[in-house]
Design a protein. Structure first.
Length: 131
């Protein structure tokens, strides 16, 4: 098996901390800052279902709360054969605070694709339109 990107390794470790008793679909995310610091997140579910927060947003909000403002890449890991891409809400949040991030999708064994966020969120609504 090829050596995994350290960001993917961090996302796999974060996935183990997922709080997903309802869906049992555990997701981990690892966000790399411009300084090379890695901040992780996991999905956190709620009995209302609708208040569930995805791993990507937990990672981004944790990073922002710690004072980080510039980001390079994010890795997303789930235990699925097909890659698990960020949902629409997460794409919007990642774009707002991370811009055109590199998105690395992986499962427990291998990488399943690399994308630019601009390709996953074409024609975004953002602050440039608030005039
Ligand atoms: N989920 C994430 O955390 N990230 C994704 O990219 C897709 C979905 C979570 C939300 C919910 O806890 C579970 O996966 C099933 O949708």
């Amino acid at each position: 098996m090829a050596v995994s990107d350290p960001l993917v390794v961090a996302a796999r470790a974060a996935r183990r901390r997922a709080v997903a008793p309802y869906s049992r679909f555990k997701v981990g995310a690892a966000l790399e800052t411009a300084d090379g610091i890695v901040i992780t997140g996991c999905n956190i579910e709620n009995a209302t279902y609708g208040l569930t927060v995805c791993a990507e947003r937990v990672a981004m909000f944790t990073a922002l709360a710690a004072g980080h403002r510039k980001f390079r890449r994010v890795a997303v890991v789930a235990d699925t054969a097909a890659p698990t891409p960020p949902c629409g809400a997460c794409r919007q949040i990642l774009w707002e605070f991370g811009g055109d991030l590199e998105i690395i999708l992986a499962n427990l064994r291998r990488e399943a694709g690399r994308h630019r966020l601009a390709d996953l969120l074409p024609l975004p609504f953002d602050r440039r339109l608030l005039r």
